[in-house]
Design a protein around this ligand. Structure first.
Ligand code: G4P
Ligand code: NA
Ligand code: NA
Length: 189
């Protein structure tokens, strides 16, 4: 997606450990016009699929999923990462290891909001090692739903997540794939 790549080049910054900061339009301040174009693009890329629900993970995934859902006209469910006492006790759970934070956390979705046989599209902001996406796929499997595909805004193509998901035969659509970062310059696939 050309508009997105241009924006990453213009406003993205690089941090230690190949971390791409996109706080000015995606992860902290949010550009809703850009997000709306991202939502349209996801809709176009998954136009031939039957989708009942979009599943994402808090926090950054929610805004993206919600604007995208306006183009799909389906509900959004987000997995919770915080151990909330108010959360339904009847949940599907999965463990997710974060390389960035070097810790494992539990993600949870109430059994109420995933019904057997539903067709689920996963949407998230970043795909790096793919652990968050794997956790969501695990929850979809536990709920006996179908993973229709995964839509990612920025894939870090030099990390393993994307290839692992594609190898499983899951349709993965990343709107920008960063192939490498060379001397402070982002190279797209
Ligand atoms: P993985 O899910 O692909 O295995 O990624 P990893 O554990 O390495 O990433 C942990 C968090 O960092 C995730 O957000 C992921 O979206 C984000 N992330 C990974 N690489 C980058 C990057 O280069 N730039 C930015 N901005 N984020 C990156 P999270 O912990 O779920 O946080 P949030 O959704 O609450 O913001
Ligand atoms: Na995220
Ligand atoms: Na994030």
């Amino acid at each position: 997606m050309e508009l997105l790549k241009q924006r990453i080049v213009k406003d993205g910054t690089l941090r230690e450990g190949n971390v791409i900061k996109v706080d000015s339009f995606l992860n902290h301040q949010i550009d809703i016009d850009l997000l709306n174009e991202i939502g349209k693009e996801f809709k176009a890329r998954f136009a031939s699929e039957k989708i009942d629900k979009i599943l994402t993970i808090e926090a950054s995934g929610i805004a993206i999923a919600v604007i995208a859902a306006q183009h799909f006209r389906v509900p959004v469910v987000f997995a919770k990462k915080t151990d909330s006492k108010n959360l339904d006790e009847n949940t599907y759970e999965s463990s997710v290891y974060s390389y960035t934070k070097d810790k494992t956390y539990t993600i949870r979705v109430s059994k109420r909001y995933l019904n057997e046989g539903e067709n689920i599209l996963i949407i998230d902001d970043f795909l790096a090692n793919g652990k968050a996406a794997e956790g969501l796929i695990d929850i979809i499997d536990k709920a006996k739903c179908n993973t229709v595909g995964v839509g990612i805004v920025i894939e870090k193509g030099f990390q393993k997540g994307g290839d692992k998901i594609r190898k499983q035969g899951i349709k993965l659509e990343s709107l920008a794939i960063v192939e490498s970062i060379n001397n402070g310059e982002i190279v797209f696939r």
